[in-house]
Design a protein around this ligand. Sequence first.
Ligand SMILES: CSC[C@@H](O)[C@@H](O)C(=O)COP(=O)(O)O
Ligand SMILES: [Zn+2]
Length: 206
Amino acid sequence: MDSGTDVDSGLDSGLAEAGAVLAAEAARFASFGWMRGTSGNLSVVVSRDPVRLAVTASGLDKGELTAADVVLTDAEGSAVGAGRPSAEAALHARVVRLTGAGAVVHVHTVASVAMGRRRPEGIEFRDLEMLKGLGHKTHEVAVVLPVIENSQDMAELADRLEAALRPGMPAVVVAGHGLYVWGDDPRQARHHAEVVEWLLELALAG
Ligand SMILES: CSC[C@@H](O)[C@@H](O)C(=O)COP(=O)(O)O
Ligand SMILES: [Zn+2]
């Protein structure tokens, strides 16, 4: 077997495993009401060299995904092989490239859209124990969740995300759209998503 075939078969088994993980994560997010209709998408890095992401397929009900409903993409979010990845795959790929994240979550939550409207300049959180869930050592910190303008042009949206990234905040709100959150792996990305959404719901409650 040549080394190219070894790489291919490793990616194939990685993709199948990633599909099962992402389907389970998506079912959980859908049960929270964060992926209504066909909204939202998820990705996980399956290889760093070459860069390959498993991204949920486009246009599906994410609460009904199976392990086969993922598409392998390259470092730009373009499909490698069969299937149509999420329309937002390029944004996932940019997050991975910029932050070194191993998994990215995109959900359409009401609180992210509502708070994005209220605070288009960014949403500040301070003096909250829950901030330790984003890796901070103490509640005595102030962090800003950036809000970026939406676009149907993924390259433009990715540039906005890149310009808006803030230290200590593994998330960005896309105005009128939803929330992007990331972590080292799908489990940490989910924990970050749960923490950021909790912060947004608190801010909304006033
Ligand atoms: C209600 S569909 C919204 C989509 O345009 C998009 O924002 C989304 O989150 C899902 O797109 P998808 O291509 O299925 O990953
Ligand atoms: Zn979306």
